[in-house]
Design a protein around this ligand. Structure first.
Ligand SMILES: O=P(O)(O)O[C@H]1O[C@H](CO)[C@@H](O)[C@H]1O
Ligand SMILES: O=c1cc[nH]c(=O)[nH]1
Length: 285
């Protein structure tokens, strides 16, 4: 008999739904698209043939329906890997924990989880309006200091630690090869830096000067086995790391809306995001 998880750890609402997401197992499809912005959820589900279920709690807005006969969920997470940790743990609990007995189910189920997010390019020749799949992601937040060590190559983590002179080791994890391979050539592939903030942690200066000088230039010239670091955002490494530990298949797609070396912001960012959404639905649904 597996461990009985205390009510204060696996928390359920009065209607039996899981604490933050407000979902019951039957409300979730095994193909899940995630977005940061709650307003992006109806943009995605407007392409579904039907929407059967909607719920919203804090930044977590969920729509589940069908497209081309396939059941599909889209949900928002808000920003940052702290929200991703909640999302991934609660999604995993919905499929791999018996919510009545509070015990882990004997047969593990794997979800397909695909992020549809915005991102800033570190490379002058990766222009705004581009679409990019994160092949590898490196997290410079501290989430993974609290989970079991990630197996596999950590060469990027070590390189980023030394380049930025960080006092802790970042973490590195990868996309599902199967999900990545299905993408059309329109999608660039890249190495994504997941930052614990939008401004100084991505080298931006408004009134406060970032502690790290020339962060973008230093990161943009890094290269391992012919791959360069390509873009900044705030969730992907958290998704890939939690997905690796919990055995879910993960992919993060990025609409490049800012080019940091050239200082440009995409004047048609919404159209770029819409192009990414339509491309992803066509490939995975
Ligand atoms: O557009 P989303 O999916 O929110 O993703 C990116 O945009 C937000 C910052 O503006 C961060 O969440 C970052 O990861
Ligand atoms: O530059 C950017 C653009 C979108 N999201 C980010 O996190 N950074």
């Amino acid at each position: 008999m597996s461990r009985q998880i205390p009510e204060s750890e696996l928390i359920l609402n009065a209607d039996g739904s899981i604490y933050h997401l407000y979902l019951k197992p039957e409300n979730l499809a095994s193909l899940v698209f995630t977005v940061g912005d709650p307003d992006r959820v109806p943009m995605v589900s407007s392409y579904f043939d039907q929407v059967d279920f909607k719920v919203s709690k804090r930044e977590f807005v969920t729509h589940t329906g069908r497209l081309n006969g396939k059941r599909v969920t889209v949900m928002s997470t808000g920003m940052g890997t702290d929200n991703v940790e909640i999302l991934m743990t609660e999604l995993d609990s919905l499929v791999n924990v018996d919510l009545k007995t509070h015990t882990v189910k004997p047969i593990e189920k794997s979800l397909e989880i695909i992020r549809l997010g915005t991102s800033g390019s570190m490379q002058a020749d990766l222009p705004v309006g581009s679409l990019l799949a994160s092949e590898i992601a490196v997290g410079i937040d501290t989430l993974m200091q609290f989970y079991p060590e990630l197996k596999g190559n950590q060469a990027w983590s070590n390189l980023v630690k030394n380049t930025l002179d960080l006092t802790f080791l970042p973490y590195q994890a990868s996309a599902s090869v199967d999900l990545l391979q299905r993408l059309p050539s329109e999608f660039h592939r890249g190495v994504t830096l997941t930052a614990p903030g939008f401004y100084a942690p991505q080298g931006r200066e408004i009134r406060l000067k970032p502690k790290l000088d020339n962060m973008i230039e230093r990161l943009a010239e890094l290269e391992i086995q012919g791959l360069k670091m390509t873009n900044f955002e705030m969730e992907t490494a958290g998704y890939y790391a939690m997905g690796q530990l919990l055995n879910h298949r993960m992919l993060s797609l990025n609409a490049i809306v800012a080019n940091r070396p050239t200082g440009e912001f995409d004047k048609e960012a919404e159209k770029t995001v819409d192009r990414m959404i339509r491309a992803a639905l066509e490939v995975y649904c």
